[in-house]
Design a protein. Structure first.
Length: 153
């Protein structure tokens, strides 16, 4: 099974949406194998958003991501990267469909509630960036036979 990184951004934390968003992932059948609240440092943000570092709006991203702590989660499941991306919706909350996390909770490009790894490769890198090995837990998901067919996991 795959693992992916999810960050509940300050816009989710400040608006009291942490529980509602986590519930969506649990209701879907995804397993939380790591979770913590942290403040993001300049260094972490510069590495995490390296592809945007030279953009004129990067300063705004950093400022936004440091308004409050974030909640970092590692989720596990079959095709979890694609599942979480579908649940998250497109970056721009105004164009995200109702029923997605951004579609239901965001009307902004910047204050768009959530970050989710965009590929299996990125997920592996991002999980390691935010979690030490001892902060991730491997425990049986007892309801697995009720979430997937026995040949799916």
């Amino acid at each position: 099974m795959e693992k992916t990184l999810v960050i509940l951004k300050p816009s989710a934390v400040q608006r009291g949406l942490i529980g509602k968003i986590i519930t969506r992932f649990e209701d879907k059948g995804l397993q939380i194998v790591g979770m913590k609240m942290i403040f993001l440092t300049d260094n972490v943000l510069e590495v995490h958003y390296a592809h945007l570092k030279e953009k004129p709006f990067f300063k705004r991203i950093k400022e936004s991501m440091q308004v409050s702590p974030v909640v970092a989660m590692c989720l596990k499941g079959v095709s979890v990267v694609d599942v979480v991306r579908a649940m998250t919706g497109p970056t721009n909350g105004r164009s995200a469909q109702a029923g997605t996390i951004r579609g239901d909770f965001s009307v902004s490009v910047q204050e768009n509630i959530i970050h989710a790894s965009d590929s299996v490769e990125a997920a592996k890198i991002e999980v390691k960036r935010f979690f030490k090995e001892e902060e991730l837990f491997d425990y049986p998901q007892l309801m697995l036979p009720n979430i997937y067919a026995n040949d799916e996991y």
